[in-house]
Design a protein around this ligand. Structure first.
Ligand code: HEM
Ligand code: HEM
Length: 196
């Protein structure tokens, strides 16, 4: 849902932005409507997923993304350091993506309202919206290279599509996550009553 909405927004946004594409497509009001209502549907779907989704799963994912420790700092400096369920790069990617989604939405709403009420027409809104597009394109291209092309990281796609990765992959790339899962299952297996 997130990826397809993003690419529709990027494609329709580029048609609005690049004169050569605008001339070629020529139906600007229609493209503008597709862009705006896809943005609204994207934001509504994200809110619905949070509101109606698996709260326990979302909370535990948020905990995994929230904590930056010494290992993450070492990893970002290029030193070897064991990583949890998300490595430090993935954590940064998540927080940037979340912040950008909010900023895209707020600036997009201001652009839309600005056409209807000049009090909302601020000179820098379009600059911020365009700058977010440039940075997002770089981030998403890097993300797609790691997810689809780079042999060392490509196996993660299995986790995204099927919901599971091999234990060997997890041990190599997310050693602290494997330890935490093993500890949890040890605790579950430990007998709760003792015989005196
Ligand atoms: C999240 C919800 C979003 C909303 C509500 C939204 C809304 C808008 C609106 C109302 C415009 C102005 C159209 C015009 O007057 O010509 C616009 C332009 C644009 N948007 Fe979005 N947008 C959103 C997300 C995105 C995303 C994710 C991207 C790209 C990754 C994007 C890229 C663009 C571009 C390139 C333009 C053209 C700006 C220009 O002409 O300089 N937008 N958007
Ligand atoms: C078809 C396109 C895409 C593919 C194949 C893809 C693939 C993946 C994969 C394989 C992961 C899991 C990585 C792991 O757990 O090791 C992931 C996570 C993620 N993706 Fe995508 N993705 C796509 C589009 C996007 C787009 C458009 C965005 C944002 C604009 C995005 C944002 C994220 C974020 C924030 C995460 C979690 C943090 C991270 O792993 O970096 N993805 N994606």
């Amino acid at each position: 849902m997130h990826a397809s909405a993003f690419f529709v927004l990027l494609g329709s946004g580029l048609v609005l932005y690049l004169p050569s594409l605008s001339e070629w497509v020529s139906r600007r009001p229609l493209v503008k409507d597709v862009h705006f209502y896809t943005g609204i549907a994207w934001a509504a779907a994200l809110v619905l997923i949070v509101a109606l989704g698996d709260w326990r799963g979302l909370r535990s994912t948020l905990r995994d993304l929230d904590l930056f420790d010494g290992d993450d700092r070492r990893w970002l400096l290029g030193r070897p350091a064991p990583q949890g369920r998300f490595n430090a790069g993935q954590k940064l990617n998540f927080w940037l993506t979340a912040a950008f989604a909010v900023l895209f939405f707020v600036t997009g709403l201001l652009l839309w309202y600005g056409e209807r009420d000049t009090r909302f027409r601020l000179p820098s809104t379009i600059l911020v919206h365009d700058a977010l597009m440039y940075v997002s394109v770089v981030l998403v291209l890097g993300h797609l290279f790691l997810a689809l092309v780079f042999p060392r990281t490509r196996p993660a796609l299995r986790g995204m599509v099927l919901g599971a990765v091999s234990e060997q992959w997890a041990r190599e790339h997310h050693a602290k996550w494997v330890e935490a899962v093993a500890e949890q299952s040890d605790e579950r297996l430990r007998p709760r009553t003792t015989i005196l």
